[in-house]
Ligand binder design. Structure first.
Ligand code: MN
Length: 501
């Protein structure tokens, strides 16, 4: 791995002088009960090598059988991406040696993908819709997982030994490959991110995968090249492998634009290669010089018959297609009564599912939005994590808002209660009790505080007595301060008016 630091061109400068072209390859692990070509059960987090069969270990004589559900899921994905579904297609062997690949080939599809020639409309942050052309969606199997022990950053170089877990080997994947995405300009990072997020939403809507990025259910390979002008032929691309968060997709594109611009500015040529993404430093580094397809010596898989989905089956799946993300978003926006811009912010913050769950747990849509897009969004940003990764559940947010609605706490106290929830102190209810955050509803202490405030500010007290309620806020403020924010401001106002009346 090359660790030499490289000069980068400022991003805005780079996209002024070069035209970026994207290409995205997204792998999604299908949520089938068993593997692609054998009956090994698939479950996240099992003991290493406990979910294997002779087929997924590539033992001599073991013969694969296609998982029908995986084919069904692949067709559903193809239909959602507006693809044609092949009348007949074959699997192919993609030959390469690597320890996580026990057969020395990956069973994939090559020139006969199950779905091809589609498109996906992606909504960007300002509401613009950008169409991404899909070249193909094909079926394949996942590889096992290598763990390199003893090295500095978990990579093989410098490791003392490596472990291989074949539980993942043979899990069904669908790989979705775009055509070169042109016309993206300076919005390349945003478009890449929005595309992957839209796909993730589709996988979930279809129920074909949990599509959890943080578990590696969805992984993106980000291809990027630069050319001098939109009229120039395509430049040489790099492929940054296995980027597994939306934010990283965006950052990887930005980084490669800046890096490749520097290479081209220096009069050098971009090398066609795969690159590694480094989450912490936000850079890519050289991987291996990219193999052309010929190097894999693809040939049709002799142990499997072609897959020929009947038109009846395809049409039935088309008719059963569930509500897709764009329609769902429109429906929820209507149900929640959000303005267009509010809904877009919610979508861009990846908060649709969170707010839906919060509303389902009893919160008002406005209350749910207030917390997820306000305090929690700020917290996610400062902690540099996705919203969903915050240690608070939609049910807890709903409970918090419930405490506000019932008048037991006000917004200010609720923020303190939320702080406690995020700090692991339990549910909002527990935090309110433990930290003594409840609003003072007993009039006794409030009247005491009001009298003290009136006595301390006699000129204001005089004005209020004279019927001028303008400065009443100063008294309320003093009472809030005296009760450490635990007074109900509305009640305090009523009491002040009564007191001076
Ligand atoms: Mn692949």
């Amino acid at each position: 791995m090359s660790t030499s630091t490289v000069d980068l061109v400022d991003y805005d400068d780079a996209v002024r002088r070069y035209d970026p072209v994207l290409g995205l390859e997204v792998h999604v692990e299908l949520g089938t009960r068993t593997k692609m070509f054998c009956g090994a059960e698939v479950e996240f987090g099992g003991d290493p090598n406990s979910q294997v069969t002779p087929v997924s270990l590539g033992l001599p004589g073991a013969l694969p059988v296609v998982n029908r559900t995986a084919v069904e899921y692949a067709i559903k994905i193809g239909l959602a991406l507006n693809c044609s579904i092949a009348e007949s297609c074959r699997f192919a062997r993609k030959n390469y040696f690597y320890p996580d690949n026990p057969k020395n080939f990956q069973t994939s599809q090559y020139d006969e993908p199950i779905a091809y020639d589609g498109y996906l409309d992606v909504e960007l942050e300002d509401g613009t819709v950008f169409r991404v052309e899909i070249e193909r969606a094909h079926m394949e199997e996942d590889a096992g997982k290598n763990t390199h022990v003893g090295g500095a950053d978990g990579r093989i170089s410098g490791a003392e030994y490596s472990l291989v877990d074949y539980n993942r080997a043979g899990i069904p994947l669908v790989e979705i490959v775009t055509r070169p995405i042109t016309g993206v300009g300076e919005r390349a990072p945003e478009i890449a991110r929005a595309y992957v997020r839209t796909l993730r939403d589709i996988f979930r809507a279809l129920g074909v995968s949990e599509a959890r990025m943080e578990r590696g259910n969805v992984r993106a390979d980000v291809n990027l090249s630069l050319r001098p002008t939109p009229e120039s032929p395509l430049g040489t691309r790099t492929e940054t492998k296995n980027v597994n968060s939306f934010r990283s997709v965006e950052r990887a594109v930005r980084y490669e634009v800046s890096r490749q611009a520097a290479v081209l500015d220096a009069g050098a040529t971009v090398i066609q290669e795969t690159r590694h993404w480094h989450e912490l430093s936000g850079i890519t580094s050289s991987g291996r010089v990219k193999s052309d397809a010929e190097d894999y010596r693809y040939f049709p898989e002799p142990d499997l018959v072609p897959v020929a989905p009947s038109r009846d089956w395809v049409e039935r799946l088309r008719a059963e297609q569930p509500e897709l993300p764009v329609e769902r978003r429109r429906r929820l926006q209507g149900e929640w009564g959000y303005a267009d811009a509010e809904m877009r912010d919610v979508v861009n913050a990846d908060a649709v599912d969170l707010i839906e769950a919060t509303v389902a747990a009893g919160s008002s849509p406005a209350g749910a939005r207030k917390w997820w897009m306000g305090e929690l969004a700020r917290r996610a940003k400062s902690d540099d994590v996705e919203l969903a990764a915050l240690p608070v559940s939609p049910a807890q947010v709903a409970q918090l808002q419930g405490l506000v609605d019932s008048g037991r706490i006000n917004d200010k106290l609720a923020r303190q209660a939320l702080e406690g929830v995020l700090a692991g102190e339990g549910d909002p209810e527990d935090v309110v009790v433990a930290r003594g955050l409840e609003v003072v509803s007993d009039d006794g202490p409030l009247l005491e505080a009001i009298d003290a405030a009136l006595a301390a500010q006699p000129d204001i007290a005089e004005k209020i007595r004279g019927g001028n309620l303008g400065p009443v806020g100063a008294i309320i403020g003093a009472v809030m301060k005296a009760t450490r924010g635990q007074a109900d401001a509305g009640r305090v106002r009523e009491l002040v008016v009564e007191r001076v009346g």
